[in-house]
Write a protein that binds this ligand. Structure first.
Ligand SMILES: *Cc1c(COP(=O)(O)O)cnc(C)c1O
Length: 392
């Protein structure tokens, strides 16, 4: 596909051919349909005998450029751009699963993915079982005759627990299952699940890929035969990405390698500084030696990621006071932004879970999640430390 060797170059130099204006930056193809040269070309396009754009619900040059870059970064054969991360999660499963099939998933999945498993798939007779992300011995025994897919996120949100993808890829292969990894947290810059046997890699592009909190988008990448089946599904059910968002996301990928390096460098410095702070019970970050899966993190991740968590002394109320004391950090439900974001899962995103369920996914009342941004690391740290002191 690409003659470029390194991810930074692939992310920047993979581009659609120039239009007649010889523009340097890609134009935005805001068009719902494309004209046919003649009757024969139209016939051949619809018969899938030649490649080309027909209608933006099927494909669009901006979305194709975005996906082509992502395939190079993830080292996958083919891909589809979707309107959101959830459109990617849903379509990648709904297209490949039939009524009566079963999915084995990590309990630590994104909230809306959990809703798909528990509230939506049962309507069509698609079953699921959750396995413990921290206990590999919990998985194999839960595979059934009708299991078709394994679905997991690593690192998990907000627990920052890891799954050994090499081991999970081996388990999927042994039982002939499709392994589907939501790689949103790590991005292909930190890890490429396809190298460990994931046939499908799913993304919310809303997070680090956009990187500046502007768009909602997603992608499904993987083996061509599976992507063809999913493409049939998305083509006819319609979760197409807007070309404008496809353009933003393709431009954003140009700086993804550089941004991820800085996100991770800042996160590492903050995690190291905060570890042992007297107002904190604990600090968790995959590249801290104190992380229970430090060796695994070093094995399968290039850097430690852009998210850190810590537990403040004083539980739920202290957590809320901490957030109210922040002056610069953003208080919002997103992550992966140039601006550092703080969230308090126990009182917001995960407040509907029972105390017991929160424990299972690693959320204690005083847990704070920080999505470390690209501001000067000293400014980020100063705001966090000031808020810790002010919220005593
Ligand atoms: C945000 C997120 C999603 C959902 O993506 P949207 O773009 O919001 O639809 C799925 N998985 C993970 C891990 C996420 O963080």
């Amino acid at each position: 596909m690409s003659e470029f060797k390194h991810i930074e170059t692939k992310a920047i130099r993979t581009q659609n051919g120039k239009a007649s204006y010889r523009e340097h930056c890609a134009p935005i193809y805001m068009t719902s349909s494309f004209t046919f040269e003649d009757a024969e070309q139209a016939r051949a396009l619809f018969a899938d005998e030649i490649e080309g754009n027909i209608y933006t619900r099927f494909s669009n040059p901006n979305n194709s450029e975005f996906v082509e870059k992502l395939c190079l970064l993830e080292e996958t054969e083919d891909g589809i751009a979707t309107a959101s991360g959830m459109a990617a999660m849903f379509s990648s499963m709904a297209a490949l699963l039939n009524s009566g099939d079963h999915v084995l998933a990590s309990r630590s999945v994104f909230g809306s993915t959990h809703q798909i498993f528990t509230q939506i798939f049962p309507k069509w007779g698609i079953e699921h079982t959750y396995a413990n992300i921290n206990d590999p011995s919990d998985w194999e025994g839960k595979i059934r005759k009708n299991t078709k897919m394994i679905f997991a996120e690593t690192p998990s949100n907000p627990g920052l627990d890891l799954i050994d993808m090499e081991w999970l890829g081996g388990l999927a292969e042994k039982h002939g299952l499709v392994l589907n990894i939501d790689n949103c947290f790590a991005t292909p810059i930190l890890q490429q699940p396809s190298k460990y046997g994931a046939q499908i890699v799913t993304h919310s592009a809303t997070k680090f890929m956009d990187g500046q909190g502007r768009t909602i988008g997603g992608a499904i990448l993987g083996k061509r035969d599976l992507i063809d089946k999913i493409r049939f599904f998305t083509r006819h059910t319609g979760p197409a990405l807007s070309p404008f968002n496809g353009w933003i996301l393709s431009k954003s990928l140009e700086t993804l390698p550089l941004r991820m390096e800085r996100h991770c460098e800042n996160a590492m410095k903050i995690a190291e500084y905060l570890e042992g702070h007297e107002e904190l019970e604990s600090v968790k970050y995959p590249f801290l030696k104190s992380h229970p899966q430090y060796d695994l993190a070093k094995k399968q991740m290039r850097y430690g990621g852009g998210l850190i968590t810590f537990v403040v002394n004083g539980g739920l109320e202290r957590g809320q006071r901490f957030l109210n004391s922040l002056e610069m950090l953003s208080f919002t439900a997103n992550l992966g932004d140039a601006r550092t974001i703080a969230t308090h899962p126990a009182s917001t995103t995960h407040s509907k879970l029972s105390e017991e369920d929160r424990k299972v996914v690693g959320i204690s009342p005083g847990l704070i999640r920080i999505s470390v941004g690209l501001e000067n690391v000293n400014d980020i740290l100063e705001d966090i430390v000031n808020a810790l002191n002010a919220s005593k």
